[in-house]
Design a protein. Structure first.
Length: 320
């Protein structure tokens, strides 16, 4: 008599940043990919959707162009047509990444605030049309100090106006049946365990939830298991990403900071994240979401997603 080990019953998803390697589309640069998406948006989206099906992925998080709302509408003609195409393929949109707060120079500026809130309204309405549940948002990047040789502190005076606009965005998304979830982005003000503690204290739990990204938490010197356990009542969605260890370089925040993060990230099982412990913690807190994978601009997205999915199916078997 043989027995089969139980496998996870969770849906596997992916953040579409995984599909940002230009070579995947047969072009050689980010600029060429942007041009292709502008000229042939349907070609780009069909390539992504075909790959999701091939990799056995059930749901996805939309992100920057070309995997964004505007390119999807350009490709299919309307939000309704895009939703129909996604459903016809047996897929679903679970979330979208919202970078407007993250990219704001000054969230206290009235014009900036108005633009952020208007964008949140538009994005939330779009997600509601797709049946998506979450708007995942990054907070502003850390600033360099006046001397330009270190990072400025993220103190209470810095945090309060950012928390305030997060609450406002959360109120907008809630009206559309969509939940705002803050994402732990490396070198943002919402990165280290202390940052997470601070901003989740300052934001309203009825309006603002938590999206832990395991890889970025590791880069910030944190333990994803401890952080999720500490903020168990706020976790609604998670990015499953591995990393080699903490980012200990003295790096200023500039246009290349994200490129300097990339060598630290790893495929699931090749870094230091304790995946069984992470899965057990999510199970203990009653987490209802799926396993949302993330690979930055994967060179072989289908093959790498299949490998990550297979590894995590085995690793979380009988846990989630």
């Amino acid at each position: 008599m043989t027995t089969t080990a139980p496998v996870t019953t969770r849906a596997f998803g992916v953040d579409l940043i995984t599909f940002f390697d230009p070579a995947f589309y047969g072009v050689s640069s980010r600029e060429e990919l942007e041009s292709l998406a502008a000229a042939e948006p349907r070609q780009v989206w069909d390539r992504i959707l075909d790959a999701l099906q091939e990799a056995g992925i059930a749901e996805f998080e939309m992100t920057f162009a070309p995997a964004d709302r505007l390119t999807a509408i350009a490709a299919f003609g309307s939000a309704e047509a895009f939703a129909a195409e996604v459903a016809a393929r047996g897929l679903s949109v679970v979330s979208a990444y919202f970078a407007d707060i993250e990219h704001a120079d000054d969230v206290t500026d009235p014009t900036t605030r108005e633009a952020i809130l208007a964008a949140a309204e538009t994005e939330s309405a779009f997600l509601a049309q797709l049946g998506a549940a979450y708007l995942v948002a990054g907070l502003p990047m850390r600033r360099n100090n006046a001397q330009g040789d270190n990072l400025a502190p993220v103190d209470l005076a810095t945090a309060l106006p950012i928390a305030d606009i997060a609450n406002e965005v959360g109120a907008i998304t809630a009206r559309h049946g969509v939940t705002l979830a803050l994402h732990t982005e490396s070198h943002s003000v919402f990165w280290t365990p202390r940052d997470v503690d601070l901003f989740l204290l300052l934001t309203d739990p009825f309006l603002v939830a938590f999206c832990p990204d395991t890889g970025h938490i590791v880069l910030g010197g944190g333990d994803p298991v401890q952080l999720v356990s500490r903020h168990r009542e706020r976790v609604v969605i998670a990015h499953w990403k591995d990393a080699a260890g903490a980012f200990r370089e003295k790096a200023l925040v500039d246009g290349d900071i994200f490129d300097r993060h990339r060598p630290y990230f790893r495929a699931a099982g090749q870094g230091i994240v304790d995946w069984p412990a992470f899965a057990r913690t999510l199970a203990e807190i009653g987490y209802e979401g799926g396993i949302l994978l993330e690979l930055d601009a994967a060179s072989d997205p289908v093959g790498q997603l299949i490998a990550a999915r297979t590894y995590l199916e085995d690793t979380t078997a009988g846990i989630l």
